[in-house]
Design a protein around this ligand. Sequence first.
Ligand SMILES: Cc1cc2nc3c(=O)[nH]c(=O)nc-3n(C[C@H](O)[C@H](O)[C@H](O)COP(=O)(O)OP(=O)(O)OC[C@H]3O[C@@H](n4cnc5c(N)ncnc54)[C@H](O)[C@@H]3O)c2cc1C
Ligand code: FES
Length: 419
Amino acid sequence: MSNFRTVTVKGRQFRVRAGDVLLDGALANGVEIPFDCRAGTCGTCMVHVAKGQTVCGETHTQGMIYACQARVVSDLDVEVEDVPEIDISKARLVGLREVAPDIMELMIAPEKSISYLPGQYFKFTFAGYPARAYSPTASFDGRIGGRVIHLNIKKVRGGRVTTALGSGIRPGHRLRIQGPYGHAFLRPGGAGRLILAGSGTGFAPIWAIAAMALRENRNRPMVIIAGAKKLPQLYMTPILAQLARLPNVTIIPTVEEGPINHPSIRTGRIEPQMPTLTASDVVYACGSPRMVTALAGMVEKAGATFYADPFDSAPPEAPSGLIGRIKTLVARRPAEAEPSRDSGKGREPSVDPFERALSLVPKDPIDDDLGLRRPEPRRSTAAERDHALSLVRERALADPAQLQERPRRAAGQTASGLV
Ligand SMILES: Cc1cc2nc3c(=O)[nH]c(=O)nc-3n(C[C@H](O)[C@H](O)[C@H](O)COP(=O)(O)OP(=O)(O)OC[C@H]3O[C@@H](n4cnc5c(N)ncnc54)[C@H](O)[C@@H]3O)c2cc1C
Ligand code: FES
């Protein structure tokens, strides 16, 4: 048998050596699969194997693999979801306020329109600080999109970036945004019950997903579990109060350190508050990696669909890839005219305080110190390929059924997970 295998990604065919890493093989052949960490943690490179066999890079969802970890064993047919293209924009911090002890809301104005899907994340590089990943959220009144990106950021003790919020990093600070990345985004058109779990500022992407899902279908059944360590850190209470009015939405706020003398707030972690899951549920879990891992196990048992965004504290790696085209969610809408940078004479006062703040920020050029560099695809060594193939042989001996072709998943049932 030849040492080479034929891989088809989005209808494009290329040949790789048996045992090569799928992502490396694709990039070496000019075929784009989006990626970020290349370590099997961020989920950006998740793809669906429609036909064929790989080893390594398995996820919690059948048929889905991390292309950055999976090694090609047989001929493959791979499906990649359409996501917005990864791009870079200069931006400014235009608003910063504490919404709860150690929890900040940031308003960021990119210089150009950027596209993302609710639940995705970007890398934010504040001038003078290292890049960090953050997930855009909807505003407290449920607006998503528009020209200002909202973030909820927890101040981490000893953290390089978050401890500088309000001191070294203040309104007017220049930054660079790169993305979007991640796989835990809202798939349009879904009808199954949504279970949305966010611990701490993991509520940020959860609120973005909930706001967009309700905009799409106001009657979609939804359970939202919002966790915090202490009661004052339950910063999303005003949002939960609005959501609680909807008959199809169940709200479960929970605080780890009790006791809490409040009839609507539970005590304990998120995991025990989860409803009984069924196979038709779609579960999103964002925030604490420990909570995400626990929920992954529960979801797998129930056979439900899982999308996860664990807030790993590891700094993001080098920039990457490109893909697809999905409509702009953070776009300059025609109605939102460019704010005047001069005296503001003749201009109606803006109703949005952050829009007003934006108009006061001077428009200096941002240093272009971090150009977009694409890492070179890495070639697998012969030893790595041999190791991958010996894994296949071992698995085949232990369980011959494993080498059967993977079943094709129904459309819209793709899912994300973690290692
Ligand atoms: C996909 C993704 C999305 C995210 N979205 C959000 C979000 O929306 N909101 C949010 O608040 N956070 C989010 N995060 C987390 C965020 O990216 C940062 O990790 C977090 O803000 C801490 O950054 P920092 O620079 O302040 O801390 P860091 O300097 O990175 O330090 C983080 C922690 O590690 C410790 N540490 C640092 N260096 C060492 C070392 N050498 N040895 C031992 N310990 C060390 C620090 O003391 C600190 O406790 C997300 C993370 C990911 C991966
Ligand atoms: S690039 Fe593969 S999981 Fe992050």
